[in-house]
Write a protein that binds this ligand. Sequence first.
Ligand SMILES: O=P(O)(O)OC[C@H]1O[C@H](O)[C@H](O)[C@@H](O)[C@@H]1O
Length: 315
Amino acid sequence: MVERSHKPGPISATTASSLPQAQVNVSDDNSKVTATIPSGDTVEVLLYGATIISWKSNGTENFWVSDAAKLDGSKPVRGGVPVVFPVFGPPPKNHATSSLPQHGFARNSRWEYLGKSTSESASDDSVKMDFGLYSAGLSEEAKKAWPYDFGLVYSVTLTKGELSTILTVRNEGKEGFDFNVLLHTYLRIKDISTTTISGLLGTSYVDKVLDARESTESNSDLRITGETDRVYKSLAQDTTTVVENGSPRFDVVRKNFRDTVIWNPWTEKAKGMGDFEPKTGWREMLCVEVGSVAEWVRVEEGESWEAGQTIKSLV
Ligand SMILES: O=P(O)(O)OC[C@H]1O[C@H](O)[C@H](O)[C@@H](O)[C@@H]1O
């Protein structure tokens, strides 16, 4: 921003060219990577879990992070975008993932920052940052619980008004493995009572609040009115839209992910989570979690698989 102490006159060519040019700026303090693009949009990615803990566009924070979230690597972050891999939810019995914690190890492992690349366009510059997690970098406990050779690369691209993330899963071992993957996005909203979700109509879902009952969504504009934990399966539409007071607030666009989980803990569940603050925070958050979780994804020796999402902030 240029401060003026006198009435501005026309800007001469010399003055204009001597104004500082906004640039893409990326900094890495060994625990967090922060990027800013010329529009002023910013993103912060914690190396712990490669968890995106802030994304601001047009001066507005788009993600909800609990005031009591642990950002010191002692616990997965309650908020932002934790990466769920290689199992979603509590692991099933008698499965290769059975000894893992809920939602796997990606969200509580330290990832490596692999570097950035920038691209310039007429409308705005963008920046892509890559993060990696490999079997060799896991804790001994996680390696023992899931002894496969793999490489994950998570690319986070910030463009004006949009955040895109792509996860690539590579099998670097001699045997195939099955996995779930999900981007557990906590969107910040103004008020859950005036928020609706569209793009789910006609999709079958498993209701985890109602003992995994199977239903089909009959609402074109879904309203959340109590604890909600649903796995919408094999969505036909790529885009799920979060609408505030009748105006679109976020488009969440899936790329090669089949499913979407809608989660809001509501009053009692929020009270039961030690790292969920303020306790009324459920009013201002909504998880729209794209992933492939209803069925296992399999990658054989030497194969890789990728999927991702683009979130558009529409204000
Ligand atoms: O408490 P966490 O392990 O972070 O899980 C938080 C939530 O994640 C997903 O949304 C699941 O569908 C929920 O069942 C779970 O409660």
